[in-house]
Write a protein that binds this ligand. Structure first.
Ligand code: ADP
Ligand code: ZN
Ligand code: MG
Length: 492
């Protein structure tokens, strides 16, 4: 802890206060090209290779709005429950920074694309609605690179590739009261935007960025306290840690007779602290004014309806369909709709197996477990949805026992092969042929005279032992149901 920080408040003191949190989330839209020019978007491209007069901010170069970016922004707004304005306006937000060659960002100000949305979150089974104030469009700045070069102690470098990348900013109402609620809100926003294919929301690629506004007030107080804005939260974990730290800091400050200043603070993930960056007095005056090089954005009802109709299913709707159409438990439907990719995988596998419930069990159990220990995402699963479905089907028809399936599964994971291919190569088909099983039973009975006697004397529990011996003799391939039946018949 830094010297300036007061002791962390006790739980009793923390409980006297109520945190108030509002998030500003930036999402990079998944277009092929930039928002106002035709330069391609390619994460990780060599610096300054995807630039042109427009995104370099050359005088006289004129922006042209990317239609696809508008479509994706509208999809996001609709998915977040917003009303889309038929007229919105771009505005210049003026500030100087080396990675902002134009000297201004093109954003939207008092006439944003969409407003009045809401997102439903769930924390420990308690549902709550979080208001979405607005969704607006803007262009991204370039990137300053402060380290990694031989002379980074003296120089910073600038990469303009990201300049002009299409963004939406999603501003929430100050409706969250705990860091868990903020975490849940960001989770849902990400999930919803992934489902409607607005963005992959990969935080590591900067496609999802979040700033948190936090204040505290005495419980029962009506007026909000003064807020601080915390920046540099580049993971979900950091969002939660930074909020918890900042809430404690503000409470400790107030308890010791101090006052929270309205300021921008930076989260330092190495120390776990937030540090003041600039105060209100130093705050930017962006001198917003309407962008003279772009006409107002007008969206016809027909076009908006077209976009609405093309929207993929939202997570909540998909969840409801999974319980209704497939008879899944609510919990399972929740797990399987956590991401678009997982829900697509499950549906493809279920279609291949014809048995949604058992497919759900395999996806949530063995497959998820194995992916997790291999550090892989469902999109990188070596077992295709089709093959998993085939496995479940083979169990259903009795061609594969549950035990054999568990043996084959890791091999499918290793080789990416179809289950039938592995079964054929390794001779692992379940034996359901009665004649073959009868022979195994007879041999087992002949070899275990003592146990057979015990069974006949009424100690029926030894049947388990005998079945086990026969199963072993069949190398685990005998159909257990048939095996049991034949034993009972033969032993009388
Ligand atoms: P600013 O004028 O600083 O941009 P806004 O009123 O536009 O502030 O709000 C920016 C963000 O801060 C929003 O997400 C909003 O919900 C949140 N916010 C506003 N007031 C508070 C507060 N007192 N405590 C916490 N968050 C707040
Ligand atoms: Zn360009
Ligand atoms: Mg504001």
């Amino acid at each position: 802890m830094s010297a300036a920080l007061l002791d962390s408040p006790s739980a009793a003191i923390l409980a006297k206060y109520e945190p108030v949190i509002g998030l500003e989330v930036h999402v990079q839209l998944g277009t092929r090209t930039k928002i106002f020019c035709g330069c391609p978007l390619e994460f990780g491209a060599p610096p300054n290779t995807h630039v042109c007069p427009v995104c370099l901010g050359m005088p006289g170069a004129l922006p042209v709005l990317n239609r696809k970016a508008v479509e994706l922004a509208v999809k996001a707004a609709v998915a977040l429950g917003c009303q889309v304005n038929s007229l919105s306006r771009f505005a210049r937000k003026n500030y100087f920074y080396p990675d902002l060659p134009k000297g201004y960002q093109i954003s939207q100000y008092d006439e944003p694309l969409a407003e009045h949305g809401r997102v439903e979150i769930d924390v420990d089974g308690v549902a709550k609605e979080i208001g979405v104030t607005r969704v607006h469009m803007e262009d991204d700045a370039g990137k300053s690179i402060h380290d990694g070069f031989r002379d980074s102690d003296r120089y910073s470098y600038v990469d303009i590739n990201r300049s002009g990348a299409p963004l939406i900013e999603i501003v929430s109402e100050p409706d969250m009261r705990t860091s868990e609620e903020a975490y849940a809100y960001l989770t849902i926003v990400k999930q919803v935007l992934q489902f409607v294919e607005v963005s992959e929301c990969d935080m590591e690629k900067g496609q999802l960025r979040c700033d948190a506004n936090v204040s505290v007030r005495l419980r029962g107080a009506e007026k909000f306290g003064t807020k601080a804005e915390v920046k540099n939260l580049n993971s979900f974990r950091f969002l939660k840690l930074a909020l918890d730290y900042e809430i404690s800091r503000q409470i400790a400050l107030i308890e010791s007779g101090g006052r929270v200043m309205q300021e921008t603070r930076l989260y330092n993930s190495d120390t776990g602290e937030t540090v003041g960056m600039r105060s209100k007095e130093q705050a930017h005056d962006y001198r917003y004014f309407p962008e003279p090089d772009l006409v107002p954005l007008t969206l016809s009802d027909a076009w908006l309806n077209g976009v609405r109709e093309s929207m993929p299913e939202l997570p909540a709707a998909r969840r409801a369909r999974f319980t209704a159409a497939y008879g899944l438990r609510d919990y399972d439907a929740h797990v399987l709709t956590a991401t678009r990719a997982l829900s697509d995988y499950f549906e493809q596998a279920a279609a291949a197996s014809g048995d949604p419930k058992n497919t759900a069990n395999w996806v949530m159990g063995d497959l998820s477990g194995m992916l997790k220990s291999a550090g892989r995402e469902i999109t990188e699963s070596p077992i295709s949805a089709q093959h998993l479905g085939e496995l479940v089907k083979l169990i259903g028809t009795g061609e594969l026992s549950g035990k054999l399936a568990k043996e084959i599964f890791p091999r499918m994971f290793e080789t990416g092969e179809a289950p039938a291919a592995i079964m054929d190569r390794e001779g692992l088909r379940q034996i359901s042929d009665t004649g073959a099983i009868e022979r195994i039973v007879e041999e087992t009975i002949a070899a275990n005279g003592k146990q057979v006697e015990q069974y006949r004397a009424g100690k029926t529990a030894v049947l388990g032992f005998l079945v086990g011996q026969a199963m072993k003799a069949s190398r685990g391939q005998a159909n257990p149901g048939t095996l049991n039946e034949i034993f009972k018949r033969k032993l009388g």
